[in-house]
Design a protein around this ligand. Structure first.
Ligand code: DX5
Ligand code: ZN
Length: 234
């Protein structure tokens, strides 16, 4: 059964994106974080929804086997995700997040992900209005706000998406919902405080962590730079 992230630790949650780790040394990259990560963010790309190709269920299964205690936060950047959610659920994903732009039947798909025993997440590209996901917010445990156009690590943060996070905080409070708000793309020391101040609970970071000389220290610095207790919701 999937395990949820906990905000009870009194600090913003940080999700290292394995996309920025050396694929030939992924085990060393994860071990090098010494348990500091709140979850592992796994970017799945199909070469259609996004131009890049990355991993499949085999990597998720291998991570599940090697790291039984880690929460696996799987971000599906694939067309027609309904064709692959079962494989990722069986592989051991905890959070399974799909793009609103990638499916014709988002409501059905999110319910199906829950039926598969995973925590459903929904995400949207920077150019997609946040109103597109409002009808399904009661079905999700996680909303991922993309702050770059998905497909590659190391891109520049798009600050115009911060207002989506603020809107989501308002809707969550107004409708008495309980999803986490995660942001992904171009995050690092220069912008993480603004991102968390805008209401983000979970910060995804690839290059800012694995591109650093000491990823464990970089992760801790990122958490420290975030500047506010993520449990305080706007
Ligand atoms: C982008 C991915 C991100 C990416 C983030 O398509 O969804 O998770 O790995 O990488 P950075 O932090 O380098 O922007
Ligand atoms: Zn991602």
């Amino acid at each position: 059964m999937a395990r949820p992230l906990s905000l009870e630790r009194g600090r913003p949650l940080v999700a290292p994106s394995l996309l920025a780790a050396d694929p030939l040394s992924m085990r060393q990259a994860i071990d090098g974080l010494s348990g500091e990560a709140d979850c592992l963010h796994v970017d799945v790309m199909d070469g259609r929804f996004v131009p890049n190709i990355s991993y499949g269920p085999a990597l998720v299964a291998a991570l599940r086997k090697a790291y039984s205690d880690e929460i696996l936060d799987v971000h599906l950047m694939v067309d027609e995700p309904e064709r692959s959610v079962e494989a990722f659920a069986q592989a051991g994903a905890d959070y399974l997040t799909v793009h609103v732009e990638a499916t014709n039947h988002l409501h059905r798909l999110l319910a199906h992900i829950g039926d598969l025993g995973c925590l459903p997440g929904v995400t949207l590209n920077p150019g997609t209005p946040v109103e597109m996901i409002r009808p399904v917010l009661h079905l999700v445990d996680l909303v991922l706000v993309m702050s770059v156009n998905p497909g590659f690590g190391g891109q520049a943060f798009l600050p115009e998406v911060l207002s989506k996070t603020e809107t989501l905080c308002q809707w969550r409070a107004a409708d008495d919902l309980d999803f986490l708000i995660e942001m992904d793309g171009g995050l690092g020391g220069s912008n993480v405080a603004a991102v968390v101040a805008a209401g983000c609970d979970v910060v995804v970071a690839g290059s800012a962590i694995f591109g650093a000389a000491d990823p464990r220290v970089a992760l801790r610095d990122l958490r420290a730079a975030s500047g506010r207790d993520s449990r305080v919701r706007a």
